[in-house]
Design a protein around this ligand. Structure first.
Ligand code: GDP
Ligand code: IMO
Ligand code: MG
Length: 430
């Protein structure tokens, strides 16, 4: 019995939260390893909906240890606020079930200010980020001037780290005609939040090593997705971290061999929130219908998600670069009642047919989808929990997707509700 990494293989919001929540019943530890509170992972348990951004989805199950790994960029105020919100919703969150890597980099208020100022200046070339300061925080981490969780415990170190980062931020902010950060104010804010954060700080690499030695099951919870990955996505319309399972080891501090089965999550169609190439996007009534039936509004920003048909080229590439062993197909129920369903099997660029997503943004902007048409089904698949509950045409659609993307189906999700899942093969058993 191994561990499992759950990762998105489209442009995010595939339903990773729901799948992690379902799998976490069989796991002991749930770890976030990249991204930050740009993520929005929704769990629906009975009549309560939980929208988690920084907290691993394991917090919804008593007795599981949730870890925010070193690869995550952590806004300490957002973390405190999320803990408070989830406690009000009845979740029990304390240092007993939540730990935060002491070597994780922090997101500061000026990261958000820098990001928003830069986005404004881009005019019609905006990336359409979540505005959470994710990109600037990762820049500072790689630039070796980040303030980290461990610095909150050492006043002198914190002073020095803040000087280091403000030297950079204030030069940029002044250059952009934006108000500079007041050092004293920032330090006061950090001193105030530190006592709420530090009880969770830990050497998470050691906790994971102990868990591994005790054969406890670890579930790695990816955020964003392969097509938003900083290396493999539709650059520059991507997030600022690696969102593939390859990042799970470095972003949590564990052996790559411990990551185990890689479960790629994909919707039965495609969505994207924010700007950037989206070959199968539908700017018509069908796109509207997918959005309405799928309730496609961003979890974090409330923005309307762009909708389109399933893109087998992008998903196949994500599966290849991400080493995906099997997939969880979500939101099949959203396709109920469509007479025809299209599947993108290749791209056309000028007179050329491509079986891959080209690297350059200009080529990505030019490609058009080549479709094949599948027969739809009239019956409802919503809430189906067994293969026998599915209409034959729905099964045929799933089988065709498996064939096109080159990975087998492990789980099928048929509604937002926690238990509406068809288990085809257990990722922990593989
Ligand atoms: P994540 O970011 O990958 O965790 O996905 P989000 O939570 O941002 O978006 C997925 C949305 O789809 C959420 O509102 C889920 O409750 C919902 N959802 C997940 N699985 C299904 C499903 O099988 N059917 C339907 N109709 N909704 C689903
Ligand atoms: P989950 O984990 C969907 C998108 C943003 C923007 C781009 C860069 O819920 O699937 P950023 O704020 O990260 O610098 O924004 O990435 N984006 C997401 N889209 N789901 C997410 O997370 C996303 N996180 C970031 O909309 O286009
Ligand atoms: Mg989401």
């Amino acid at each position: 019995m191994g561990n499992v990494a759950v990762v998105g293989v489209q442009w995010g919001d595939e339903g990773k939260g729901k799948i992690v929540d379902w799998l976490s019943e069989r796991a002991d530890v749930v770890v976030r390893f990249q991204g930050g509170h740009n993520a929005g992972h929704t769990l629906v348990i009975g009549n309560v909906e939980y929208k988690l951004s920084l907290l691993p989805s394991g917090v919804a199950r008593p007795g599981k240890l949730s870890i925010i790994g070193n690869g995550v960029v952590v806004d300490p105020w957002a973390l405190v606020a999320e803990i408070d919100t989830m406690r009000l919703k009845g979740l029990d969150i304390s240092p007993k079930n939540l730990r935060l890597a002491d070597n994780a980099a922090l997101i500061l208020p000026s990261h958000g200010a820098l990001e928003r100022t830069r986005e404004e200046r881009r005019g019609d070339k905006k990336l359409g980020t979540t505005g959470r300061g994710i990109g600037p925080a990762y820049e500072d981490k790689v630039g070796r001037r980040a303030v980290r969780v461990c610095d909150l415990a050492d006043k002198q170190a914190l002073d020095e780290r803040v000087d280091e980062v403000l030297l950079h931020h204030n030069a940029l902010l002044r250059g952009l005609d934006a108000p500079p950060v007041d050092r004293g104010d920032l330090l006061a804010q950090l001193h105030e939040v530190a006592p709420r954060i530090l009880p969770y700080a830990d050497r998470c690499w050691r906790l994971l090593d102990e868990a591994r030695r005790q054969s406890r099951r670890i579930l790695f919870e990816g955020a964003q997705a392969a097509m938003l990955d900083v290396d493999h996505g539709t650059y520059p319309y991507v997030t600022s971290s690696n969102a593939l399972a390859g990042q799970a080891a470095a972003g949590s501090g564990i052996a790559p061999s411990a990551v185990g089965y890689v479960l790629g999550i994909t919707k039965a169609y495609t969505t994207r929130v924010g700007n950037g190439p989206f070959p199968t996007e539908l700017n018509d009534a069908t796109g509207e219908k997918l959005g309405e039936r799928g309730r496609e509004f961003g979890t974090v920003t409330g923005r309307r998600r762009r909708c389109g048909w399933f893109d087998a080229v992008a998903v196949r590439q994500a599966i290849t670069v991400g080493g995906v062993d099997g997939i969880a197909l979500t939101k099949l129920d959203v396709l109920d009642g469509f007479a025809e369903i299209k599947i993108c099997t290749a791209y056309r660029r000028g007179g050329e047919i491509l079986d891959y997503m080209p690297a350059s943004a200009s080529a990505q902007a030019e490609i058009e989808p080549v479709y094949e048409t599948a027969e739809g089904w009239r019956e409802s698949t919503r809430g189906a929990r067994s293969w026998a509950d599915l209409p034959a045409t729905a099964v045929k659609y799933i089988r065709r997707l498996e064939e096109l993307i080159g990975a087998p189906l492990a789980l099928l999700s048929t509604s937002p509700e926690r238990d509406d899942i068809v288990l085809v093969r257990d990722p922990f058993a593989d």
